[in-house]
Design a protein around this ligand. Sequence first.
Ligand code: PGA
Length: 245
Amino acid sequence: MKNTIIANWKMSASLEGVHAYVSTFKSLKIPKDRDIIFCPPTPYLTFMDGALSGMPLYIGAQDCAASQKISNTGEASADMLKDVGCSHVIVGHSEVRQRTNPTQKDISAKLQNAIDSGLHPIFCVGESLEIYKINKTKDHLEEQLKALDALAKEKAPLKNILIAYEPIWAIGTGIIPTMTEIEDICAFIAEHISKTYNIAIPVLYGGSVKGKNAGEILSLPSVNGVLVGGASLDPKEFHKICMAD
Ligand code: PGA
């Protein structure tokens, strides 16, 4: 499967900064064998769509609404995100989960809305440090992955999903699991999906990915890409990750 490299800018950036970023990134060589997806804050999606047009680069949003009700003040629907040029949307990022406490039904609804709108959801799963320490990571992931059950009735929608394994304790901390642990968990997720739904879905790793560790992570057999937060804010560092092998 083609390696997918995702930049999650979270709430960083300014319009001026985004202009400068794009002009630096565009001056660098873009690898053809990778899908590169930028997830800027929602207000900059339209600008990014215009700035990257004609280039082999994709745009994603950082979340979408669980309900299509128009009375959802402050939210953006998957249809709207598609409208402004998104091909992808992150669903279930731990920072969003911690802030909004979504139910499993909400996560399923976001995934379904994204698929119905023609987007590829990047479905984030991952354990807290407490769960990791008591060795319950796999049980926890199995629970989180049950959000796919509601979609599994038809196999077709599932093939549009990417899974991102992001241990919460590795996000923004500079600490990452060992390569053996990353491989073990990503293989577990791929096997679980294949056994439960009889389909192959790409599994990405996220959490403190940098230019210096990206090559090693991307070379793991069960890792199909990376989701990058902090290190994606510098265009040269992110480019290094895009080129890593
Ligand atoms: P990080 O963030 O690369 O800064 O650890 C990853 C993420 O939150 O998706």
